[in-house]
Ligand binder design. Sequence first.
Ligand SMILES: [Mg+2]
Length: 495
Amino acid sequence: MKKAGAVDDVPPSEVLPGSLIEVRPGERVPLDGVVTGGFSVLDTSAMTGESLPVEAGSGSPVLAGYINGQGVLEVRTERDWRHSALARVQEQVEAASGRKSPLEGRLSSFSRIYTPLVISIAALVFLLYPLVTSGSWADGLFRALVLLVISCPCALVLSIPLGFFAGIGRAARQGILLKGSNYLDALRKVKTVVFDKTGTLTEGVFSVDEVLPRDGVSPEELLYWAAHAELSASHPLGRSIVKAYEGTLFPDRVAELVEVTGGGVSARVEGRPVLVGKKSFLQEAGVRTEEGEDHGVTVYAALDGILLGCLRLSDRVKPGAERAVRKLRELGVSNLVMLTGDSSSAGTEVGLKLGMDEVFCGLMPAGKLEHVRRLRPETGLLAFVGDGMNDAPSLAAADIGIAMGGVGSDTALQAADVVVMKGDPLAVPLGMMLSQATERIIVQNIVLILGVKILVMVLGILGLAGMWAAVMADVGVCLLAVGNSMRIFRVKLDM
Ligand SMILES: [Mg+2]
């Protein structure tokens, strides 16, 4: 905290709204506020999920949770710690998980009917047998006992959780971790799927899509100069350009590297001046560039003060994303929505290209949460798929929260019900298919078990099945149900 010119270290909880604080390079912004001095680049991914840094200067609003880049920022705080954006995300996660409706178990409702029914039938057999057939009471008692043994629901009680355990095991083998069998059961009822964009449907990392040199320059040449100038730059776009260059890199050919925050880099490569950065950055240095609007993220490069061309970068859509969307439709999902913290037109295009019904952009964690609450379908369930801390409240609020485990933040993994290990969007339809397959096997088990039991029960009442038949039938169907449940490991899942 800054007071009368001096800077003091104090915990964020003690800073009152309206105080001046200093945020040094590499530090997390502790409180919400407005920048009053300094210039820097902020990593806002915790709050927006976006990987591209955002410039901040005097007058820019900042939120707790942003990470400061290179410059020192002076910030006038607007809220105290308890009301900061960061504290509210945690609060929303807790509130949303508490309000989640429990997914009911099938077994408890079944046993409420089955147990009294079977006992009354046995009692009736015992009482009516001697009266109807003029047999002895002992005979009646024996038949009632046979009935009780065969009706023993242990095979049923075993088969349902067994079916789910096998399903959870199969899901784990595909890299889908479920935090309970109820989520495996619920997945097949999903009618609305809401996706986050960056890191969930897209890689979350920018890569060079197009190399557009001016006439007389080869693409390799353009990449050679740009990659060398960016060789030791810290900006994510610079690193992507270095990655895109396939030839050998020579660090000793680079000198005088200067990184201009929010602009680009200038360096000497092989002793010749190279500029790489925004169009405005090159223009300020006197480089002539073509006029016209840029599409998406474009980086320009110049050698000896003359334009070499430009590189177009984009956040690539994950390979499985399109197929996942198509498969979800086939599986009966009626509403597909994308929510993103990205506010660029390129961001919106991604969702529409993938075939989403609706796309909402420029959302903060609370905005996403609001949409998730509003989108909940009247019949069926809503699944939210996300990866970042900004998705955590929505993950907790959705009927089923699915987190991308490969790249996801800890907060997201904690708030989710299902974790997809490799971050592959195809895991969502895969999980739904496994849920359906598990359901089929459990229904088969129930039909098989009840069928055999009712048959032997009737035979028992008629005196055609003795105690041994009752025991054999009970154990037999148990084993059959176990064998059938294991089939889930061999079910083919066509994508
Ligand atoms: Mg994200």
